[in-house]
Ligand binder design. Sequence first.
Ligand code: ADP
Ligand code: ADP
Length: 234
Amino acid sequence: QYLIEARNLVKVYKLGEVEIEALRGVSLNVQEGELISVIGPSGSGKSTLMHILGCLDTPTSGEYLLEGVNVSKLSDYELSRVRNEKIGFVFQTFNLLSHLTVLENVLLPVQYNPNGDIKSATKRAYELLEKFGLKNRVRNRPTQLSGGEMQRVAIARALINNPKILFADEPTGNLDSKTGLEILKILKELHKEGMTEVIVTHDLNITRFTERIIKIKDGLIEGEEVNRVVYEVE
Ligand code: ADP
Ligand code: ADP
């Protein structure tokens, strides 16, 4: 059984009279433990696809099975439950809350987790922050951190609820190339520990570190490539 099974996803945005077909029939399977990149020009539908696969949004038509469960017609409430339990997100702009400390940011998803236990989550948050070299940053606010540190906090936050899959939308897009590689290295390590990951990027440099590359254009999958050599971050 696939972790992700998407069949013929269509997404139409309505802006008043205007309809934008962001996805025009996308089918995609992802196995547990895979490390995938999704590439394509701006406006090709990458974010839309990630939002659907990440249970932030539902398709206009088509089916999406997550761990065999059809989530394509869930209500917003049901969808948010699934998302909170199974999905972790990392964004280009980090999306940390500036009035909260690093630790509070990492613990944020636990508040929305009905199974969340703050005591064990706090322990896990410290472990994650230590793992990502942020032990002495716990009480800092995001504005006191570098870009790379902010993204590491965001990764810790994405992992706090033990998700099945991690989605990263241009995770290195706001970082210089050296820092970007540090982030990529962390994502690679998490993958080696078993995490399934989908990285959206238009940086061709990143795709060689992933096992499979999905190419999107004009709302369709234009092609797919399996990397015969998967690079490691030096
Ligand atoms: P990418 O991530 O590849 O840049 P997007 O999925 O963001 O592509 O966008 C695909 C198309 O859908 C674009 O034409 C974009 O303007 C449009 N679009 C994306 N999100 C929305 C939205 N929330 N409302 C209306 N149009 C949208
Ligand atoms: P990127 O291409 O870097 O992935 P976008 O600029 O396409 O990002 O989109 C940023 C956010 O704005 C996304 O969450 C997307 O859903 C939304 N968005 C994109 N295009 C539109 C649009 N035309 N109208 C409304 N929201 C949009």
